[in-house]
Each structure stands twice: as C-alpha cells, then as structure tokens.
Design a protein around this ligand. Structure first.
Ligand SMILES: Cc1cc2nc3c(=O)[nH]c(=O)nc-3n(C[C@H](O)[C@H](O)[C@H](O)COP(=O)(O)OP(=O)(O)OC[C@H]3O[C@@H](n4cnc5c(N)ncnc54)[C@H](O)[C@@H]3O)c2cc1C
Length: 430
C-alpha cells in the first residue's frame, strides 16, 4: 500500500467492491492516480451470491443479464482523452472475458446465453477480484468511528483506517420476528434449508416482505409441500416490474434522471425497483393458485397453539386497523434493509453525519443528500452510500445495472479534499 495515496475502504467484498477495485487497478496501470481500495469482508468475496451467505442457495438465477458486469456500460469518463483505453482495459474483466478464460464461452452461446446461477456469478466476481489483486481484510465491521479526520472501521481483530468508506450489500439476513422459534425462519435459515435440499412441509405459510428477496424465496417455495403461501407487504398489491427498453435505460443511463422532479423519480422507482416482482416471477405466481397477497405491516408476532399469530397493521382510509392471522410457518423476508449499517456508527460519527445533513438523520434525509459521487454531500471524510443513491442519482446505482458507472462516480471523488474539509470545519465552529 502506498502511504501517500488515499485509501477507500469498502464494507463488503461483493459486486460493488470488485467493480471499484478493478477500475482502480486499471487506472493505476495507466499511470493515473487512484485510491487504494480495501474491502473488509466478514465471509468471502461474493459471499452473498453463494449458499452460506444467507441470501440464496446459489442455484437460483441472476435477474439482470450477466453482460451487466463490473464494467457495464463501458462509458468511462474519468480520464480525458483516454476513456476509450480505460473501457478497453475494463473489457478484460467482463463476463465474456471470464467465460473465454475458463473455457465456457462457446457453450454459453450455444445454450442461448442463459442467465447464470448466483453461484456462477460469484465465481465470476471472484475471478475478477483475483485477477486485479483486490485487497481484502477478513472480518466483520462492528463499528465505524472517526479518528483524526479519517474513518476507522473496527473488526474483532483489527482496525482499518480510510479516507473514504463505501457501504455495500442489502443488510443482514439473520433477522427474525421471533428468533429461536422453529416455526419462524429468517432469510438465512430459509436458504440454509433450501441448500440442504430439506423439503418444507406446511399448510399455511407466510412470507413477510415484497421485492427481490421475497421473490426469489417464492421461486424456491413453489417446489416445497405447502398448501397456501401468503405474501405480506405494505403495498396495495404485488406489482410487476416495468422491464421494457425505456425502463431498462433508466437503470443503465441515468443522464436524464436528475432533470426529473423528486415526485417523478419516486414514481419511477416504485414501478421499477422497490417492492416489485420481476415479470418472470409474476408469471410463475399467476400460474400457482396457492399464492395470496395480504396488505399490511407486521406489528408483532406470538406463538400460540402450534401456530404463529401475526398482527398486521393497515392504514385504511386514514385509520390504522389491526388484524390477526395464523400461520404454520412464517418466513421473515424483511432482513433486506438499506439502512442496515447505521447501528455500526459510533455517536461521534453519527454527529458528523447529522452536521453534514444539516437536519435529523433519517432514511429520507440520507437519500436526499447523496451527491454526484454517490457520497453524502458536506460530510467529510467521504461516506459513499450507493445503496441509497437511487433517488438522487439513478435507479441503477444500488444494484448491478451500471457497476462501471458506479465505479466512475466513486473513483472520481476527491478523498483528500482538505479545502472542503476545512471549510466544513469552519462552518461547524461558527
Ligand atoms: C437474492 C437476491 C438476488 C438479486 N439479484 C439481483 C439481480 O439479478 N440483479 C441486480 O441488479 N441486483 C440483484 N440483487 C440486488 C443485489 O443485492 C445487488 O445488486 C448487489 O448484490 C449489490 O452488490 P453489493 O456489492 O452492494 O453487495 P453484495 O454483493 O451483496 O456484497 C455485500 C458483502 O458485504 C458483506 N458484509 C455484510 N455485512 C458486513 C459487515 N458488517 N462487515 C463486513 N462485510 C459485510 C457480505 O458478506 C457480502 O459479501 C439481488 C439481491 C438478492 C438478495
């Protein structure tokens, strides 16, 4: 590691860390300054795409095309007059380069370019990470504080100091409304069963949560011996994601995004991103008469008479109504939480965030304060939150839709910008 170069620490060695590390490595090979990228990972590189990571059994398939790989959309704008060279270098880390290098390219083409399984996708990400020599510190980040104008990420074994931090990943899949009860499964417990090929047998099953996490669990549940599956989510119904060319381009190319009003952006996100199921999953849902949707938020859960009773609260005509429903098995899919990292921040670090936000720290204030570089505006040292950047910067940044653009934005940020840091300090003293 170069002591004069800035360090960017990434919490989680997943798709985003690999994309940023690959581009930083290529920039350095071109003689262009780029930060040292260090991923701090509690499990292994691309762990969330394998069984054991808690989000999949590894054999389900990627929803987006694999060509949306770590360099996509190959339109770098970081190095004036040399962006074509940077893009050409990034193609060496593409999905197709991986297939060619591992002797799978012709077969993939002949099979009609199928969506890879999550496990295969993880192998691709590992191949890139290894190829670019991504630096990985093993350990779970347990706290994030500020130490002499730098971030300090503490794991049980070590402390990583960095000039910028990027948070990734969907959260912790171990969450459960009734921990320890055998009739309630967390996302991780569900996928553990699936990976062991344990057949779930239950009459009435509830899946809490809409969106991609619940969708992939439903896809798996179809194969088990269950009589009814009730999907519980606060939305009016189970919406289908818009997946036409026009919707897809919003994800790959957010150029027009900032020109939309916040209300228009929220509307677009609701149709394409949050709490919607892909057309592929909806087709399977339609064909299966075991599936029902129940609108509401789970207020609490109790175990009684061999059943789990869930109290749902619904807002009907402005009035909160509570109803109770009994299930034989509850799968709590609500672990995906874009704010999962907040409890890791120490009070002094939270104060710095709040000072930068200029208002109370909430999910909304964080989302609305994310700037062009996907970091919180007016917060130093830099905190990159691509998972929350959909609203202000474009819906593709939180997911796999434009990893190459995401890495451009993050690596284009000035991590050592002392002038703004001093200005902000001055403002905070006043
Ligand atoms: C089942 C499923 C399927 C999905 N399919 C798609 C898809 O097809 N297309 C798409 O665009 N998006 C998809 N998504 C959304 C997906 O989460 C993101 O697109 C993608 O994973 C984001 O990459 P990432 O780098 O942010 O996180 P990840 O690749 O999830 O990596 C996060 C990493 O952080 C680590 N970690 C977590 N907490 C800590 C900690 N405290 N300390 C250290 N390490 C930690 C984890 O072990 C993990 O390796 C899917 C999500 C799920 C759950």
């Amino acid at each position: 590691m170069n002591p004069t170069r800035a360090t960017l620490a990434v919490i989680g060695a997943g798709a985003k860390a690999v994309a940023v590390a690959a581009k930083a490595a290529e920039l350095r090979d071109m003689g262009v300054d780029a930060p040292d990228v260090v991923a701090v990972e509690r499990s292994g590189v691309a762990a969330n795409w394998q069984s054991g990571g808690g989000w999949t059994d590894g054999s389900h398939r990627l929803g987006t095309g694999p060509e949306k790989d770590v360099g996509f959309p190959y339109r770098s704008s970081l190095v004036p007059r040399r962006n074509a060279e940077l893009d050409e270098r990034m193609t060496r880390h593409s999905w197709q380069a991986y297939l060619v290098s591992t002797g799978q390219f012709a077969e993939w083409i002949d099979r009609g370019r199928p969506a890879p399984t999550h496990r295969r996708w993880s192998q691709y990400l590992r191949w890139v990470a290894q190829d670019v020599g991504m630096s990985v510190v093993h350990g779970e980040v347990e706290s994030i504080s500020i130490d002499d104008h730098r971030w300090a990420l503490r794991t049980a074994e070590t402390t990583v100091h960095a000039d910028g931090v990027m948070v990734t990943g969907p959260g912790q899949p171990e969450r459960s409304v009734l921990p320890g009860n055998p009739r309630v499964m967390s996302i991780a417990q569900f996928w553990h069963h699936a990976a062991q090929h344990d057949r779930i047998a239950a009459e009435r099953v509830a899946v809490i949560g809409g969106g991609e996490t619940a969708a992939s669990m439903l896809n798996e549940l179809f194969r088990h011996r269950v009589s009814t599956i009730t999907v519980i989510s606060p939305s009016v119904t189970l919406f289908t994601r818009g997946e036409s060319f026009f919707e897809n381009t919003l994800f790959s190319d957010p150029t027009g995004w900032v020109g939309l009003t916040l209300a228009e952006r929220r509307d677009a996100l609701a149709r394409t991103d949050r709490g919607v199921f892909s057309a592929r999953v909806q087709e399977a849902l339609l064909a299966d008469d075991r599936i029902r949707h129940l609108r509401g938020r789970v207020a609490h859960a109790v175990a009684r008479d061999d059943r789990i009773r869930l109290t749902l609260s619904t807002n009907t005509s402005g009035e909160a109504v509570e109803t109770v429903h009994g299930f034989d098995l509850v799968i709590d899919g609500s672990g995906a939480d874009p704010l999962w990292f907040l409890p890791l921040f120490t009070q002094d670090a939270l104060d710095v965030l709040e000072l930068g936000l200029g208002r109370a720290l909430t999910g909304e204030s964080l989302q609305e304060s994310i700037g062009y570089d996907l970091a919180l505006e007016h917060v130093h040292p830099k905190l990159f939150l691509p998972g929350l950047s959909g609203l202000t910067q474009g819906p593709g940044f939180p997911n796999l839709s434009c990893l190459g653009l995401m890495s451009d934005r993050v690596l284009g940020a000035d991590l050592l910008d002392l002038s703004t840091r001093r200005l902000d300090e001055h403002q905070s003293v006043r």
